[in-house]
Design a binder for this molecule. Structure first.
Ligand code: GRF
Length: 226
């Protein structure tokens, strides 16, 4: 049985599409079992429906408060028994119940810890950096503060505006996200403090463990973030 992904989206869902395309091949080692959103009527949900993947929507405004939303979102995600949750352009801060229940990776359009938050590309341009990029990281309770898994740089070009730069970052971001999620699914990962290592552990030479449960287990040192 293949590694199960639940993907969370809030918008156009091009990162989701990259995952849907990659997971169409069995060799990828994972499949998208559900797509969740925090709003209705977005292209990301249409992409999931087109691919025949079940969807669900949990809007903050349908709940008394963020806490209740978090609780309900955790239940909706759990129904699909994910091995990993992927936040792919999900524009809400995930709450403690979701984060306690599942490992979550996020893709962010800047080289963290520079420019966290919802306007990373705009902020990078306003600062005048010549180099920015994207980061795939584990999610913790902070805003884009979780341990970094992978990063790739993208140069800012003369005349770039938020849209042109973001589009160029997203081209790199989609490839990096697919690559990282695939490796995590096939090889497992460990977290030691802020260091995320993808790959089987336990034997010299990297022969690794053979059991699926063991290889996907995360280990954590006291004081680690996830
Ligand atoms: C990505 O750049 C993601 O990092 C950011 O929003 C964008 C989502 O794009 N948070 P898409 O919805 O996957 O096309």
């Amino acid at each position: 049985m293949s590694f199960r992904l639940v993907v969370l989206v809030s918008g156009s869902g091009t990162n989701l599409q990259a995952l849907l395309d990659a997971t169409a091949s069995d060799a990828f080692g994972a499949r998208v079992v559900a797509v969740g959103a925090d709003r209705h009527g977005i292209e990301g949900l249409t992409r999931a429906e087109r691919a025949g993947v079940p969807t669900f929507v949990e809007q903050v405004s349908d709940h008394a408060d963020r806490d209740e939303w978090d609780e309900n979102l955790a239940v909706r995600i759990a129904e699909h028994k994910p091995d990993l949750v992927v936040s792919a352009g999900f524009m809400k801060i995930l709450g403690p119940r979701v984060l306690a229940a599942f490992p979550v990776v996020n893709t962010h359009p800047a080289l963290l810890p520079a420019f966290p938050g919802a306007h990373a590309v705009r902020d990078a341009l306003a600062y005048g950096v010549r180099l920015t990029g994207c980061t795939v990281h584990l999610v913790d309770t902070g805003v884009d503060t979780g341990p970094v898994i992978a990063q790739e740089a993208v140069a800012v070009r003369e005349g770039d505006d938020e849209e042109t730069l973001h589009e160029r970052i997203k081209t790199v971001e989609r490839r990096l996200l697919v690559e990282v999620v695939g490796r995590m699914a096939r090889d497992g990962w460990t977290v030691t403090g802020r260091t995320v290592r993808i790959g089987r552990t336990g034997e010299p030479g990297g022969a690794g463990r053979t059991g699926r449960e063991e290889s996907f287990q995360q280990c954590q040192e006291p004081g680690g973030t996830k």
